[in-house]
Design a protein around this ligand. Structure first.
Ligand code: DX5
Ligand code: ZN
Length: 221
């Protein structure tokens, strides 16, 4: 089965002083999703943006808002991110006492659900939920910061997960996030990932030529 490749640029590497313009530029440059990293300084050692900022950029684009929540406990904030305009809400299983409950909270709002696995988190945390969710987000760096080095050891986990998804004949997509560049994006695709998140590569390579960088990530084989 050939899965269409989608690129989800992370606005964590955007210039926050002109975030609106950056989001519009990403849409023009061919982004499929807009990846929004939400961090709480507790689940991960960094603070980023919250629902009020998302609400402000929501009217600027029709692109899918791919919201990656690195916050714990996560349940009390789901509604805020729904109201802010999230289309996909991804959470970490360690950030909730009951993974099924959190999935249902998001689904009840009519939004797509993702579960994210940190580099050391095992497939077992997500396996029994694969039927109920839309995507698994494989972290290829420790969550918290943009610009870190890709951890190749997660490719094996990606392959195994893709095998399980194929065997069960599911539509669950695999997204990969952290340190993605023009070389390892090929490995990530081969391993079964079809949604690629990228911050540094998209905003910094080729003097920040967003269109060129998104194009390379999307078409490299
Ligand atoms: C890390 C975030 C990533 C990160 C990606 O916790 O989830 O989305 O910002 O940035 P790069 O591509 O620079 O690793
Ligand atoms: Zn992310």
């Amino acid at each position: 089965m050939i899965k269409p490749i989608k690129i989800s640029p992370s606005i964590l590497s955007a210039n926050f002083s002109k975030l609106g313009e950056e989001v519009i530029a990403l849409e023009k440059a061919g982004a499929d999703f807009i990846h929004i990293d939400v961090m709480d300084g507790h689940f991960v050692p960094n603070l980023t943006i919250g629902p009020d900022v998302i609400k402000r950029i929501r009217p600027l684009t029709k692109k899918i808002f791919d919201v990656h929540l690195m916050i714990a406990p996560v349940d009390n904030f789901i509604k805020d991110f729904v109201n802010a305009g999230a289309d996909i809400i991804t959470f970490h299983p360690e950030a909730t006492p009951n993974v099924s409950n959190t999935i249902n909270l998001i689904k009840k709002e009519g939004k797509k659900v993702g579960i994210s696995l940190k580099p050391k988190s095992s497939i077992g945390l997500v396996e029994k939920h694969l039927e109920e969710i839309d995507l698994v987000l494989i972290m290829s760096v420790e969550p918290g910061f943009a610009g870190q080095k890709f951890m190749p050891e997660v490719l094996d986990k990606t392959k195994k997960l893709w095998e399980i998804i194929k065997k069960k004949n599911l539509k669950t997509e695999i997204e990969i996030d952290g340190g993605i560049n023009f070389e390892n994006c090929v490995e990530a695709k081969k391993a079964g990932a079809n949604i690629l998140v990228s911050g540094s590569t998209i905003f910094k390579e080729n003097n920040g030529d967003l269109k060129k960088n998104i194009g390379i990530l999307k078409t490299s084989k």
